[in-house]
Design a protein around this ligand. Structure first.
Ligand code: KG4
Ligand code: ZN
Length: 353
């Protein structure tokens, strides 16, 4: 079964065609991230307008790849999109239509303007092409990065740690479609903590990867930062206090390059230590043998290392599958085929686990 996945929950416009929830036949992604670099975060209105510009070229690229029958992966920049609108014949469009069995779309959570672009496009295609439409919760989609790698997927039940710019959640995944949320952030998400502290060090949005790169040449001895909620009895997280601690430390200070690297290293250590300690504690308490990770922060080298050092069986997909993409949405739809009439599919910005 071939499913076309569409993902537009935030600043990425993505489409992918995945066979039987496992083989990515075609995947295309355009991002408006560079437009948000100077503003310190994503401006919903700008992200939504870019979704409108990108959605058709992204779908066309995704389909043209599959019609040339080679597995491929493509990232489009917005300038390419505006200058390279593809032109298709009626035969091409019939080929596209015949190459898929169902359409899956992220219905939430996310930014409403962005979500609507994907949801309404998916509904229009489902209506015009008489294809089943499968709504997918974006958060659940993140589990399925672990089904798209060469490795064996995790065995149920497993503990899933989702760490992205918008979410920090611990979930026990008991089966496809059966999961229990056990904890999450009470304020900033882990990615947000990286981005906001990175901003205090002078990095553009998203500063997480840049802070992490700088941390490689630092040490965590010089600056002692708090580990918020590390010993709380629950599985919740809080990262806003860390941001305040860094703000207090950095205020009116002129750091040398080495001190800046040391501070970056301390920030990274503080975030990673809390994430790893709480995840391991939850795995022990709920008796799950396997842990799987997802979300953009999984690109963090320290987090990957520390998770492996502290737990025997950890599934860590490559960063390209951990960040937002449409392949995981198509894979999630394959394993959770609750097809509903397209008229009833609605964007829900505050959908949760
Ligand atoms: O999942 P994602 O691509 O987007 C959503 O938030 O949905 O995650 C992006 C987040 C950003 O906050 C970014 O700074 C963070 O992931 N991130 C990193 C690294 N790479 C991406 N944080 C720390 N270290 C990294 N290497
Ligand atoms: Zn995401």
């Amino acid at each position: 079964m071939r499913i076309l996945g569409i993902e537009t929950s935030c600043d990425e416009t993505a489409a992918a065609i995945v066979e039987n929830g496992k083989v990515v036949l075609s995947t295309t992604l355009a991002s408006s991230l560079q437009l948000h670099a100077k503003t310190g975060g994503i401006i919903p209105e700008i992200a939504a307008r870019d979704q409108v510009k990108a959605i058709i070229p992204v779908l066309e690229t995704c389909f043209s790849q599959i019609c040339h029958s080679e597995r491929s992966e493509e990232s489009l920049s917005l300038s390419e999109i505006s200058s390279e609108i593809l032109r298709f014949t009626q035969d091409d469009i019939n080929n596209f239509k015949n190459s898929i069995d169902a359409i899956a779309v992220t219905t939430g959570p996310g930014l409403i303007g962005s979500l609507l672009v994907g949801v309404e496009t998916a509904k229009a295609l489902a209506f015009a092409w008489h294809k089943p439409l499968i709504p997918v919760n974006h958060l659940v989609g993140h589990f399925y990065a672990n089904w798209l790698t060469e490795d064996q997927p995790p065995s149920f039940p497993f503990l899933f740690l989702l760490v992205s710019g918008g979410h920090t959640d611990l979930v026990i995944v008991k089966d496809h479609g059966v999961y229990e949320w056990v904890g999450g952030t009470r304020d900033d998400a882990a990615g947000e903590a990286f981005d906001k502290t990175a901003r205090l060090l002078g990095f553009d949005y998203p500063g997480g990867p840049k802070l992490s790169k700088l941390a490689e040449s630092g040490n965590s001895e010089e600056f002692k930062l708090p580990r918020p909620m590390i010993n709380s009895g629950d599985f919740d997280f809080s990262f806003s206090g860390l941001k305040t601690a860094v703000l207090t430390l950095a205020k009116d200070k002129q750091f040398t390059d080495q001190q800046k690297a040391n501070l970056a290293c301390s920030i990274e250590e503080a975030i990673v230590e809390v994430l790893v300690k709480k995840t391991v504690k939850a795995a022990k308490e709920y008796g799950t043998k396997e842990i799987a990770l997802g979300g953009g922060v999984v690109a963090n080298r320290r987090l990957r290392e520390a998770m492996k050092e502290n737990w025997d069986c950890v599934h860590i997909p490559p960063p390209s599958l951990c960040t937002d993409n449409a392949s995981v949405i198509a894979a999630a739809a394959f394993y959770n085929q609750k097809e509903i009439p397209w008229q009833e599919v609605k964007a829900d910005p505050s959908l949760h686990f």
